[in-house]
Design a protein around this ligand. Structure first.
Ligand code: MEV
Length: 438
């Protein structure tokens, strides 16, 4: 039985590895060798990565790929993607190429509002709290002037502070519901710093507010934190073309458009399908969010809350046939940054942003939304034509062959073979064994 260890974080990297290997793995030398193999050969780069988080013992590689030929508002982009799932990048590239000759993607920013809240408990008269809030609102803003100075110089800052009464849902529960414009920063640190200062000012001012009774003066902050639900930090991306131009998978444009719209309609009303449908969208979104050093967990949480905003979890994309025009679009909340955080630290993140021509946060929102829409187009197109496994298993073929230890020559031969045969675990194993026995 392993026993807990005090002060693991204070051990040297070598000692951490030693301890982990001895206590939790079967082969100490093999464990050390894997971990070391993934270290960067440049100690300066390794140190940088070590310091991103705590207790680092190695680096965890994911592929860094590029999907070219994305025409967005008349400009061509190659989109960097970081993801482990085979076929995602190929699907994005295929969708980009499809729309390249059909007018490309059009995008629009619908809002950039970020949100943060101070949650507090106040046991007393709501009207008194309202007049207290109106009196101290300017002081709340003044108390964060040091924090907001630079952001305000660039045109951002706090946009609104509202008092919200939620005491009908939980006894004494109120909020300062605050909105922010954080420009090219994702803004989490800026927002949380403002909120924590608001909380202090709120409690201190309550103590000295003459209109409050002693109990009311003891208004108590529970917590102060940004919200990853940003329904007004919204971007729309769209493609459209004549139905006659939609020939795909051997179907007529009309048949394809109809099936496609039906597939989206199903994802709108049926949560089991909507979750997988949106997962496919997030394949594209997360890959770009990760490549550009943004917080994909924040994006995921916000996006799924948005997908459920009308009370049922539903599709994030929409499609219509209007006369002879097919239209397909996404509306999605994305809180992203192109300054701060990892953006100037991680060499590959810097490169990803350079490949995207150093976009503003708004431009990055547009690019990410396009990646999501393209991914969804590719998935739904496969689903309503050939089925998903056809392309999926072909892309997965190399993973299977690597797992079976195939040589380069065997891989080449089998990739050719499976252009005309169905890929399954059994069929790949059998075909490899056949070559090997010859
Ligand atoms: C797989 O990663 C994503 C899909 O399941 C998405 C979808 O079903 O729309 C193919």
């Amino acid at each position: 039985m392993n026993t807990p260890l005090e002060g693991f974080s204070k051990l040297s990297k070598a000692d951490k590895i030693d301890w982990i290997a001895k206590h939790y793995t079967k082969d100490v030398e093999a464990t050390k060798s894997i971990l070391e193999k993934y270290w960067n050969t440049d100690p300066k780069v390794q140190k940088l990565h070590d310091e991103f988080i705590e207790n680092t013992i190695s680096n965890y590689y994911l592929p860094f790929a590029v999907a070219p030929n994305f025409l967005i508002n008349g400009k061509l982009y190659a989109i960097p993607m970081t993801i482990e799932e085979s076929s995602v990048v190929a699907a994005a590239s295929k969708a980009a190429k499809f729309w390249l000759t059909r007018g490309g993607f059009k995008t629009e920013i619908l809002g950039t509002e970020k949100v943060g809240q101070v949650h507090f408990i106040y046991k007393g008269d709501t009207e008194k709290l309202q007049s207290f809030f109106e009196e101290i609102e300017p002081e709340l803003r003044k108390s964060v002037s040091d924090i907001t100075l630079n952001m305000e110089k660039r045109g951002g800052g706090i946009t609104k502070i509202q008092l919200r009464d939620l005491s009908d849902q939980m006894e004494g529960y109120y909020q300062l519901h605050c909105t922010f414009e954080t420009l090219d920063a994702m803004g989490a640190n800026f927002i949380n710093s403002c909120l924590e200062q608001f909380a202090k000012t709120l409690e201190a001012k309550a103590q000295s507010f003459d209109g409050f009774s002693d109990e009311e003066k003891n208004l108590e902050v529970v917590m102060s934190i940004l919200s990853n639900y940003v329904p007004n930090c919204l971007v729309r991306a769209e493609v459209s073309c004549a139905i006659s131009e939609l020939n795909a998978g051997g179907m007529s444009g009309e048949e394809f458009a109809q099936k496609f719209v039906q597939a989206i309609a199903i994802a709108k009303i049926e949560p089991y399908r909507a979750v997988t449908h949106n997962k496919g969208i997030m394949n594209g979104i997360d890959a770009v969010v990760l490549a550009t050093g943004n917080d994909f967990r924040a994006v995921e949480a916000g996006v799924h809350a948005y997908a459920a905003k009308d009370g049922t979890y539903s599709s994030l994309t929409h499609a219509t046939i209007d006369g002879d025009t097919f239209k397909f679009w996404i509306e999605i909340p994305l809180a992203l940054g192109t300054v701060g955080g990892l953006t100037s630290l991680h060499p590959l993140v810097k490169l990803a942003l350079e490949i995207l021509q150093n976009p503003s946060a708004k431009k990055l929102m547009e690019i990410v939304a396009v990646a999501g829409l393209a991914q969804n187009f590719a998935a739904v197109r496969s689903l309503v034509t050939t089925g998903i496994q056809n392309g999926h298993m072909k892309m997965h073929l190399l993973n299977m062959l690597n797992q079976l230890g195939a040589t380069e020559a065997e891989k080449m031969q089998l990739v050719e073979h499976f252009k005309h045969h169905v890929v399954t675990n059994a069929s790949v194993k059998e075909a490899l064994e056949k070559i090997q026995s010859q």
